[in-house]
Write a protein that binds this ligand. Sequence first.
Ligand code: RRO
Length: 313
Amino acid sequence: MGKKNISTATSIAGVELDSYVCNASGPKCTTYEELTELGRSDSSAIVMKSATILPREGNPEPRLARVGKHGLVQSMGLPNLGYEKYVGFSKKLTKFGKRIIGSIAGFSFEEYVVMVKAFQKSDVDLIEINVSCPNIEGKSLIGRDFGQLRDLLTLTSGLGTKPIGLKLPQYDDPAHWFTVAELVLEYGVSFITCINSIGNTLVIDPWTRKTVTSKNGLAGLSGETIMPIALANVRAFYELLGGKVSIFGVGGVIDGVSAFQFLLAGADAVQVGTAFELNDASCFTYINKGLIHMLEYHGFSSVEEAKGQLLYI
Ligand code: RRO
């Protein structure tokens, strides 16, 4: 029997993606060179580093350290070139013929509004509003303050026709999932990205007795160890949003098996952060091929067929 050609093509907020796998905002997506490398890779989208109004250097080195085989902690502190650069890059990046996703992180509501307006007029296909950067001292996360989240959505909805999404922190209280899902539906948010790294974790080197990242050593944990938390968030929102809002799953995707687990939980596509940081752009090819094998193994002929098909024991 000949093998069917299984595609992992999917869509987010009505925007088609050639495959289920793309990069996550964060690793190696800050400079134009890095973004062009993503353009040449098998990542189905070019997701840009979260932008601020002004360029930022970020926190002092060392700001990134490995945890186990497939994990990281980092306290980057939003190093980026400033939003105007990314708006400009979006036009040049269209030559790769793949979807472009802008990401923004403001320090005030006004800043978010300025950047959403600018990206609405740019060549990006989707706008991801980051409400969950864990590495800015003295700032509470908008994604954890539901009054502020509502205010932000009030101000950033209706500023243009490009779909807007929220990059969310992890929640572990079902009441929070419920509240955020209600806000997402009420304000017509087109997609959500779950989850950002888990903020303010501490890794200690027992031999030097030192922290592994600068300043107080507190850093965002990402990669394999956070995957069960990410899956729970994707599943909760998949059930609460009832397919009306697209979901990017992110947090520990390292191979086709983990991508398939996100698909079962209900993700429309996955983003890869840590595995890209620790390897190279071939990870997108590897993960997508592995996902095709998993679909074949389970007898699914598309990602659509397998989406959300988690079984409960
Ligand atoms: O740059 C960062 O420190 C950073 C950001 Br904006 C984010 O959203 N998540 C993260 O883990 N690090």
